[in-house]
Design a protein around this ligand. Sequence first.
Ligand code: NAP
Length: 311
Amino acid sequence: MSETQLFDRVAIIGCGLIGSSLARAMQRDGMAGEIRACVRSAESRAKIMELGIADSVHESPADTVEGADLVVLCAPVGANESIAQAMASALAPEVIVTDVGSVKQAVIRDVSPFLDSGMHFVPGHPIAGSEHSGPEAGFADLFDNRYCILTPPPGTDEAAVERVAALWRRCGARVELMDAKHHDKVLAITSHLPHLIAYTIVDTAANLEESERAEVIRYSAGGFRDFTRIAASDPVMWRDVFLNNRDAVLEMLQRFNEDISQLQRAIRWGEGDLLQSIFHKTCEIRRSVIEMGQAGTFDPREPGSQDGSQS
Ligand code: NAP
């Protein structure tokens, strides 16, 4: 193994935006001796070989993981159980399995039953992304200066956790460890609820009369535009996020409904001081986000882009 290499053979199951970005970052830094990708469609397989993202590309998860010392699950979270079942018999006895899913309790529930006792499972979630999908959407710098949260269940082998952490650090990310339940609650408010709100606002506009809808689109720079970008995120991925983080999302939605009722009431009764004090508080939050260096993502496919949908 060369000095820069962390793993001999890496299997990436699902090679769209996140999987292909990880593969590109690993190639950039020579982190893997060999990268094998697995996707469902012949079209994606051809695209991956054309772009040179992996050394080989496969249709079956079992063929892909053969002899791998690291397996990274990068498909939508709802696919994890069937993928784990399909690859289980072909996994190496001491393999490290990790993932990038936006929800963590569900992946532990769905994948752990298929792993033998000598195998190591280190769930992970890079807080980086965009509304684009597919292998052509990825880029090596996606994780630069972004957080990657690892949620190893109690008792996980520390050396395995450290190897996965080292991988993400070499991808440019800042690694944090967190309990899976806590992760799902935090992400429900920072990512899942904002996406739900964006989908709702854009859908409300879509249901307007045709003439009003045309004006919403023409004058979208007034704020609507930012919601349309988030609401253009992959429908399958987001369906799976909401169905697999149901409790935390419903809890945050309940709080949101109470807070929006408070604003509704303040507008109805002309309570300007209340509105102003809430808006001052939210300006402070924005300032903290900027100070933490988490205000925007550079996306090379969108000149002038600043913000990315980060799930
Ligand atoms: P994506 O661009 O749509 O890519 C998904 C990939 O998974 C595609 O290569 C697809 O193959 C493959 N796939 C789908 N269903 C599969 C199945 N049943 N078996 C095997 N492969 C399957 O999605 P993404 O944005 O990279 O998201 C992937 C994961 O990253 C999700 O779990 C998501 O929660 C997480 N994540 C996403 C973001 C984000 O902003 N997008 C951020 C952080 C984490 P085909 O092309 O052949 O269909």
